[in-house]
Design a protein around this ligand. Structure first.
Ligand SMILES: Nc1ncnc2c1ncn2[C@@H]1O[C@H](COP(=O)(O)OP(=O)(O)OP(=O)(O)O)[C@@H](O)[C@H]1O
Ligand SMILES: [Mg+2]
Length: 366
């Protein structure tokens, strides 16, 4: 039976091919180009990076470093996560590793523990809290190591928008270091598209002009269908196409549908959609319930009338008993928080969880 993973990162045999995007990212890494990888939620940004790192990079010339900074609460957390990611990416026996870390990084020491399979995990202990000093040590230490060993690196900082939640000019400090290094391709990505793009846009943003933007679109229908059909022979192109559209071509929601197709004895479109709806309900409803009354009204209005043009019509405002200014301020707030986004002049729901929220809302709030 096919295995369709709809949560977490997918690589290897579970990764539906994206030859064009893989080629593009590999060539940026080869040139040490810095990249801003952006997309709607759950399109597959993290999986693309991990797949490229695992299976498409020449490990004799490159080291691949992956840091997820979603949980950082201050600049020390950031430094710890970057140190940890670098340490985990180095391939050497334990004794050499300890020596390398000591030789190149001077503001940190590492507690190292070994997993059952012998893989080391690193717990960095910092010797200062000064973010300038720490980030200089991280980036300069890495660069010196690469130069000395004639290596290049691809360094992905995922959930990069989180640096904006910390009240220190981390973006300016990061800029200072990354602009000096020509042997590292930094890949910035994250799940909050609006917050992420603000970091790289605008004249006052220190990171403006530092990256080549790369937008990750959906997996093409034909390629995705072939991938699915190999594992679910009874899946027809027409059923797949309907599911792909219900999923707004979001990779994760398509995979969620496919998982249920793979589990079904007979494929019935309505049943597949219903099962997924029930599974999504537990996550989507609490998100909606936690919203302010006006934000709930805005969401309901978008479900029915998402073309931005007619939204503020008198009839709609009267029907939902909301003033124009309140609706406008709710929409602004929802966009700023990545709950709603504008796509070619049309408002789309995201709920912070992607197309699953839009799918749930279209069925339950209309
Ligand atoms: N190439 C792929 N082949 C098959 N499934 C994929 C692929 N890329 C992504 N997915 C599916 O989409 C889900 C989300 O992928 P991933 O976490 O990589 O996306 P993301 O864009 O990083 O999401 P987020 O916006 O939450 O950061 C995965 O759990 C998997 O189900
Ligand atoms: Mg991600």
């Amino acid at each position: 039976m096919g295995k369709f993973i709809y949560d977490g990162v997918v690589t290897g045999e579970f990764f539906c091919e994206r030859p064009v995007e893989i080629g593009r990212l590999v060539s940026y890494i080869d040139d040490s180009t810095n990249v801003l990888l952006f997309a709607k939620r759950r399109m597959g940004k993290t999986s693309l990076v991990q797949e490229v790192f695992e299976n498409h990079i020449d490990k004799s010339r490159f080291i691949t470093i992956y840091a997820d900074i979603y949980d950082i609460t201050d600049e020390c957390d950031l430094a710890r996560e970057l140190y940890r990611a670098i340490a985990s990416s180095l391939k050497a026996d334990l004794r050499s590793l300890v020596k390398i870390l000591k030789d190149y990084f001077h503001r940190v020491s590492f507690d190292i523990s070994l997993g059952q399979d012998g893989t080391p995990s690193f717990s960095p202990k910092l010797s200062t809290v000064d973010h300038e000093v720490l980030l200089s040590d991280v980036f300069e230490g890495l660069s010196n190591y690469l130069i000395k060993h004639n290596l290049k690196a691809a360094f992905c900082i995922d959930e990069f928008q989180q640096i904006k939640t910390i009240n220190k000019p981390l973006d300016a400090t990061i800029r200072k270091h990354i602009q000096k290094h020509h042997n590292v391709s930094y890949i910035f990505t994250g799940s909050k598209r609006n917050m992420l793009s603000l970091l790289f846009k605008g004249e006052k943003s220190p990171l403006m002009g530092m990256v080549t933007p790369m937008e990750l679109g959906p997996i093409e229908l034909e390629i995705f269908f072939d991938f699915a059909h190999k594992q679910i022979p009874q899946l027809t192109c027409s059923i797949f196409e309907t599911l792909y559209q219900s999923a707004l071509s979001e990779t994760k929601l398509v995979q969620h549908f496919l998982r249920n197709c793979a589990n079904a004895e007979v494929l019935k479109l309505g049943e597949i959609e219903n099962t997924v709806l029930v599974e999504v309900e537990a996550i989507a409803r609490p998100i909606f319930e936690a919203m302010s009354p006006n934000n709930k009204k805005a969401i309901k209005i978008l479900v029915g009338h998402n073309k931005s043009g007619g939204l503020m019509s008198k009839e709609i405002l009267a029907k939902y008993n909301i003033s124009k200014s309140s609706l406008k301020s709710s929409l602004d707030q929802l966009i700023n928080n990545d709950i709603v986004y504008l796509d070619n002049g049309t408002y789309q729901l995201d709920g912070g969880i992607g197309a699953s929220f839009a799918f749930w809302a279209s069925k339950r709030l209309s």
